[in-house]
Design a protein around this ligand. Structure first.
Ligand code: NOJ
Length: 567
């Protein structure tokens, strides 16, 4: 078996950084992050060492889903700035060697998008077929029992035309009809215009769900009272036809990066999406590892991710895509609670656990995505009051589960503090001052009280900070091609505390060993490391006893390099 994936590409060698613009940096003092705020932090990002920034949507939007409900695909929402400012951002980012990837949200639009407003005019409206309409069921009810991800039915009744439209997320986000060639043409033209403007690629929102297929039958109902159709939709092979068309029409021959958000996908589909032949996308985000603590009431519980299951899932994707596709690696994003709060320690061992989690992720095969604040060891926000929440998903879930008596208000707020998307969407912690260096105004969302001691200013010049550690890790990825291309081999896969693996390259083998336990553990040192030529590349514990004594401190992580040619 090959030691390395053979095809070299810049986007494989890159480390990406996700900016959630509303919470990144507020340049004009209105409490909302904006483009001039991002520009002011480009030096920080270049200094961190990342290569690519992915910016979540900044398009005009009514804001029901915080920008993922777009009413104009070709402008900038004034709360973020102007198109001129966006162009300056591109220029300034490029001048620092940073590429800029933007969000493409074309599974659905906002219900305020002119296309949808036109579609509402009636059955014969020009853009009617840009959306998915169905007649009522014989009993007058919705066409099937599918549920929307943010609560309620996936079908909304339109009184005027006497039909339902499909909304897999919320009624404010009607699904686009990719079967319609004119819709596809308009989307491709819009994408071309962004590329002409100089963006370096797209992160494609729920791209796995664009092709709905013909099977609109009822399905098994969960605790929500509805059927979740996402797995069946994601299994429809037609999505690959559309992406190949998009490749031919827009993406082909361009030096860009494409990453699809592949909700509910399978490994085999991910191989097709990220095929080494380049016929679809570069890579996809999959979510199997994120869903390991889910249950009957979706994510609303206090379960944690079992480390052994996490290892098994990551191993499945690492080995399954090797030489066939490419992984996009992440612990966190704007839809997930922080991994540090899920599997690390928010107390005295916060920095150790943040560094351990970073090591574990950044040394895997794939392109790593750091979510803003990960590099500081930021933690989940705790919510004590519904009024602190901004995300409709959490608010709707609160209404639903407290409304039907499934959970008390206290329980639900507890689960929301553990799992809601708002936990990680809070403002970035730049300094310990009031406003956290994020804003001089009133922030759109509460700032975490721990910004007084968790902030970039404090970490910037401290050699043992989480931030400094990230810089070192990123350098290792850039300097050791094995960290990018080497084959992943798990070590002691059954161990429930330690996630350890080799990355086997042509010139070098890396050994990565991460203790997920809050206590010290013993862990066997692989025989391959007991030879000369072994170098300790990085670790989060000074005077580590691992190589000599086979002992790992709480949340210890080590990266060791050995000469691959040694027998
Ligand atoms: C995935 C995005 O990341 C999430 O924030 C959004 O709510 C849904 N897609 C719908 O666009």
């Amino acid at each position: 078996m090959n030691k390395e994936t053979e095809k070299r590409d810049w986007w494989k060698e890159s480390v990406a950084y996700q900016i959630y613009p509303k919470s990144f940096c507020d340049g004009d003092g209105d409490g909302i992050g904006d483009i001039c705020g991002i520009i002011s932090k480009l030096d920080y990002l270049a200094n961190l060492g990342v290569d690519v920034i992915w910016i979540s949507p900044m398009y005009p939007s009514p804001g029901y889903d915080n920008g993922y409900d777009i009413s104009d695909y070709e402008s900038i929402d004034p709360c973020y700035g102007s198109m001129e400012e966006f162009e300056t951002l591109l220029k300034e980012a490029h001048a620092r060697g940073l590429k800029v990837v933007i969000d493409l949200v074309v599974n659905h639009s906002s219900d305020k998008h002119p296309w949808f407003l036109n579609a509402l005019e009636g059955r014969h409206a020009a853009r009617r077929e840009y959306y998915i309409w169905k007649d009522a069921a014989p009993d007058g009810g919705s066409p099937n029992n599918w549920g929307a991800l943010f609560g309620g039915s996936a079908w909304t009744w339109d009184e005027k035309s006497g039909q339902y439209y499909l909304n897999l997320y919320s009624p404010r986000q009607p699904d686009l009809n990719w079967e319609n060639p004119s819709l596809r043409r308009e989307v491709y033209e819009m994408m071309r215009r962004w590329l002409d403007r100089g963006v370096d690629g797209f992160r494609m929102d729920v791209i796995s769900l664009i092709a709905k297929g013909n099977d609109f039958s009822d399905g098994p109902v969960g605790k929500s009272g509805y059927h979740d159709p996402r797995a069946r939709i994601a299994a429809n092979p037609q999505v690959h036809v559309y992406l190949k068309e998009m490749q031919r029409e827009v993406l082909g021959g361009k030096n860009i990066m494409t990453v699809g958000e592949a909700s509910a996908t399978t490994l085999e589909n991910a191989v097709l999406f990220s095929n080494e032949d380049g016929s679809e996308l570069n890579m996809v985000f999959q979510f199997e590892h994120m869903d390991l603590d889910g249950g009957e009431t979706f994510k609303w519980n206090d379960r944690t991710i079992p480390v052994a299951a996490l290892k098994a899932v990551m191993t499945k994707w690492q080995t399954g895509l090797f030489g066939r596709g490419w992984n996009a690696l992440f612990w966190d994003n704007h839809d997930q609670p922080r991994m540090l709060s899920r599997l690390g320690d928010e107390g005295d061992l916060r920095e150790a656990s943040a560094k351990m989690l970073a090591t574990c992720l950044l040394m895997l095969q794939g392109t790593p995505f750091i979510f803003q604040g990960d590099e500081l060891g930021m933690t989940n926000m705790r919510f004590t009051d519904l009024a602190q929440l901004r995300d409709s998903e959490s608010r709707n879930a609160y209404e639903r589960y407290t409304g039907d008596g499934t959970f008390t208000s206290e329980q639900m707020l507890h689960y929301i503090s553990l799992k809601s998307r708002d936990t990680a969407r809070i403002p970035m912690q730049w300094s310990g001052e009031p406003g956290a260096g994020f804003t001089r105004g009133t922030p759109w969302m509460d700032i975490h009280p721990n910004h007084v001691y968790i902030n970039a200013e404090e970490q910037e010049h401290r050699a043992d900070s989480v931030l400094s550690f990230y810089k070192e890790l990123i350098k290792i990825r850039h300097r050791h091609s094995t960290a990018v291309y080497g084959r992943y081999e798990p070590y002691e896969l059954e161990n429930e505390d330690v996630f350890a693996y080799f990355r086997v390259g042509e010139e070098e083998t890396l050994f990565v060993c991460c203790n997920f336990a809050a206590t010290a553990v013993t862990f066997p040192v692989p025989e391959r490391l007991q030879s000369k030529g072994t170098r300790h590349l990085l670790g989060n514990v000074e005077g580590s006893a691992y190589l000599e004594e086979g002992r790992l401190a709480a949340y210890e992580a080590v990266v060791i390099s050995t000469d691959a040619k040694r027998p």
